[in-house]
Design a protein around this ligand. Structure first.
Ligand code: GMT
Length: 375
């Protein structure tokens, strides 16, 4: 099929999922067109069946806010017509489903009928979408989608609870491509980060409030009191400065490495022993899944969809949001015994393979076919 994908091109999970999905679809012979304001971060190779169309929003002084939705829907109309696109898949409801709906309607004026799949990712529903300023538009555009998917059962239930949804929501979980995460680096370069006797704890996120960054530092503080350890913090975001200050305040700055955004997540996970994800809210926790497939057990909160990914006592442990004592205790129970750690590592990778792309991709393909046939 010829598929247009709309997503955020940044380091966030929804953009990563959309990009990896597009690449996998292209590898299966589909023609994929990304339409967004910048080339997505994980989209390195463009080619015969993988294209990128940049949405430009011309600056005009009259506009206090530049109208991205308008530019996106116009770009979609042009791209769909020019390349004979057959299906539109938008990731993240705001404003993509809204812009997609407008594009659909404009195309209908020219007797072009394009089914639109909307995938809900989390913050578009749980944090931003239900804000009264956005809710009517989000509600409307979800209902106007031809198919709505959600990345976890928990997000589906949350959406049904907070919105007035008349559409069936299909759960299609996020996925990993095991070929990309073979954990077979011979040059893991652990020594660059830590001494041989030190355990490496890792966190990867966009450092927003919802990630509860201070909990990570506080859990690590307790861990390093009991055994030699380093904490690697990967990502950029509003909570980063505060986190650096907290490390300073606790006297552990020399044990915490802030790496910033990275294109080499798998290299970092390759030498990690444990992953921390104490989020306040998390529709799925793609970062945890990426850790698991790299044989890294996860200490997390039990928020949102995380329990659908991280299995308590098997791939790591779940604690109540904010219970840093329990998280530290659980982390130490894994890290203190190398045999236990190895067992958790093996379990983590095994469970992650439940989400192998080869299992998830056919679900999307079936949805596309049904939507296309029913247009
Ligand atoms: O986690 C973030 O803040 C980024 C956010 C996004 O929209 O990119 O991630 C959301 O979508 C990911 C991919 O489906 C999920 O794995 C994350 O759990 C979800 N984040 C939240 O729900 C907070």
């Amino acid at each position: 099929m010829k598929i247009a994908i709309v997503c955020y091109p940044t380091f966030g999970g929804s953009g990563v999922v959309a990009t990896e999905l597009g690449i996998a679809l292209a590898n299966r012979g589909h023609e994929v067109h990304f339409v967004t304001y910048r080339q997505p971060v994980r989209l390195e190779l463009l080619g015969n069946n993988i294209h990128f169309h940049e949405v430009h929003v011309p600056e005009y002084p009259l506009f206090h806010y530049q109208p991205y939705e308008l530019a996106l829907s116009s770009k979609l109309v042009d791209t769909i017509k020019l390349f004979g696109i057959e299906l539109l898949h938008v990731h993240y409801a705001i404003p993509h489903a809204y812009a997609g709906y407008m594009a659909k309607k404009m195309l209908e004026e020219e007797d072009i009928y394009i089914p639109m799949i909307t995938t809900l990712h989390g913050t578009d529903i749980t944090l931003v979408g239900k804000h009264p300023f956005y809710k009517p538009a989000v509600n409307f555009s979800i209902n106007q989608s031809d198919v709505v998917t959600s990345v976890s059962e928990n997000l589906k239930q949350g959406t049904l609870e907070f919105f007035d949804i008349q559409k069936e929501i299909e759960v299609v979980p996020n996925f990993i491509d095991r070929k990309k995460y073979s954990n077979s680096f011979t040059d893991c370069q652990r020594s660059l980060m830590a001494n041989d006797d030190e355990k490496i704890i890792t966190h990867i996120s966009n450092f927003r409030k919802v990630k509860r960054i201070p909990d990570i530092i506080n859990v690590f503080y307790r861990i390093q009191q009991e055994l030699p350890a380093k904490l690697i913090m990967v990502g950029e975001g509003p909570e980063k400065e505060n986190a650096e200050w907290l490390c300073e305040h606790l006297g552990i700055s020399n044990k915490v490495i802030f790496l910033g955004n990275s294109h080499e997540i798998d290299r970092i996970l390759c030498f990690s022993d444990l992953f921390l994800l104490p989020s306040e809210s998390e529709s799925f926790g793609l970062a945890a899944l990426e850790a698991m497939v790299n044989k890294v057990p996860v200490i997390s909160s039990n928020a949102g969809g995380i329990p659908e990914v991280n299995k308590h006592g098997v791939t790591g442990f779940l604690s109540d949001i904010g219970d840093i004592e329990d998280m530290a205790k659980n982390a130490l129970s894994i890290l203190k015994d190398d045999e236990v750690l190895e067992q958790f590592k093996v379990n983590a990778q095994k469970e992650a393979l439940r989400f192998d792309i080869m299992k998830v991709l056919p679900l999307y393909e079936a949805i596309y076919k049904k939507a296309y046939d029913g247009r």
